[in-house]
Write a protein that binds this ligand. Structure first.
Ligand code: TRH
Length: 399
């Protein structure tokens, strides 16, 4: 990253409606599209902005959002103009704010048009989420580019000095209403044909491949009743091997000792939230489900996205350093060990049993963390403020 003096920003201009172009390149899985979509939807619904989302893999978004037509060049969903980002870029008017998600390369022709624009254009890169301390120092910094163009780094994060987290304004109220209603929970579970024994611990499992999963499932088979809900995805292969079945099918259920497993469909994003709200413990991954698990107010395990140079280990530790402060020492130590074992492919039995012995402290700790995080402004609020402030700075002011 080039760098950079942090300019002192003038006060925001009036509450103008800005036009936004958000670009998203799907690298793999669902997180890139899921995050770009949430941001776009919140900018429209909660900030009254005009948003186009340019996506180069509509089928991925179609898996998350009902009603998306995988082939349409242009469609409006929940007020967001969804555009196919095709390799052959056709000239388009430049927006007021241009967001490239996760360093995706926006089309060269579009950058030329930004450089030639007579109106000011603000160019932001929305970065990956990390709890590492350096993020605070880099959030909001400009990067110098040739010519008049300027790009700013917008970092999500967990402290006041970062851009915050994606959270819909009414999310926690909706969650509270849901979690306060036994009927809602039963209806949600029944929609997947799940009818757990009353005393069973409910766990959702959405992770990458897990080498030691078989040992953990062996353990669950022997212990107190557990109902394991497994949306279709990459972990299914490990589950199939353990069950000794060739291929799981959505809707199937298996009983092994005190463990009941349910092969769930991959749900729409909003339905997946409710599934997380139902469970006593959630296993999540990547970036977006990781954040949603935090908003569920329930304890969870994060299967972090692997990076070649082991950078994910640093990210994991950085998050644990913040998160575990909401738990008692013994509870935090138990969580930490289970997270580390899961993420390093170690055997899971011992750390799981220790974690279960700490279970009375898990839920209050998860709630404390969620409550504290909800005090920060969310990304859509912060990015709009940032854009309004940025747009009245002339490039010369930044020299
Ligand atoms: O799918 P992920 O692993 O996605 C990403 C990408 O791999 C990306 O390249 C990487 O940079 C990033 O992780 C860190 O995990 P994530 O981020 O949790 O995204 C999953 C999305 O799928 C999230 O929006 C929730 C959604 N989802 C549903 O909508 N329904 C479901 O049933 C499930 C299980 C998930």
């Amino acid at each position: 990253m080039a760098s950079l003096d942090s300019p002192s920003l003038p006060p925001p201009r009036a509450t103008a409606v800005l036009r936004w172009d958000i670009f998203c390149h799907v690298i793999d899985n669902y997180g890139d599209a899921g995050i770009a979509w949430r941001l776009a939807r919140q900018l429209v619904a909660e900030q009254g902005q005009q948003v186009q989302l340019w996506l180069d893999d509509l089928p991925v978004l179609a898996a998350l959002v009902p009603g998306v037509d995988e082939n349409a060049d242009r469609q409006c969903i929940d007020g967001v103009w969804l555009r196919q980002w095709l390799p052959d870029w056709q000239p388009e008017p430049v927006a007021d704010v241009v967001v490239e998600t996760f360093g995706c390369n926006i089309p060269a022709e579009y950058i030329d048009a930004m450089a030639a624009s007579e109106r000011p254009v603000l160019w932001l890169n929305l970065e990956y989420l990390s709890a590492e301390p350096w993020v605070e120092g880099c959030h909001g910094l400009p990067s110098k580019l040739p010519g008049n163009l300027q790009k700013y780094f917008f970092f999500p994060g967990f402290t006041d000095k970062t851009g915050g987290l994606l959270r819909e304004a009414d999310l926690l109220a909706q969650r509270d209403a849901f979690q306060g209603s036994k009927a809602e929970k039963i209806a949600c579970l029944q929609s997947y044909d799940v009818r757990p024994e009353p005393q069973a611990m409910l766990i959702s499992l959405f992770s990458y491949e897990v080498p030691a999963l078989a040992g953990w499932l062996d353990d669950l088979r022997e212990g107190e009743p557990v109902c394991l809900l497994i949306p279709q995805g990459r972990v299914w292969g490990d589950v199939e091997r353990w069950l000794g079945v060739e291929a799981l099918a959505v809707g199937e259920q298996y009983r092994r000792g005190s463990l009941t497993l349910h092969a769930l469909p991959f749900a729409a994003q909003d339905d997946y939230d409710r599934l997380l709200w139902c469970c006593d413990f959630n296993i999540v991954r990547g970036e977006d489900s990781f954040v949603r698990a935090q908003w569920s107010g329930r304890p969870f395990l994060w299967h972090i996205y692997r990076q070649d140079d082991d950078a994910h280990r640093v990210k994991l530790e950085a998050f644990l350093a913040l998160y575990l402060a909401s738990f008692s020492e013994t509870c935090g130590a138990a969580l930490r060990q289970f997270w580390l074992d899961w993420n390093t492919g170690a055997e899971l039995g011992d750390s799981w049993r220790t974690l279960r012995s700490e279970r009375t402290g898990l839920q209050p700790g998860a709630q404390r963390w969620c409550e504290a995080q909800s005090q920060h402004e969310n990304i859509s609020q912060q990015i709009v403020t940032f854009a309004r402030e940025g747009l009245i700075i002339a490039p010369a002011d930044l020299a």
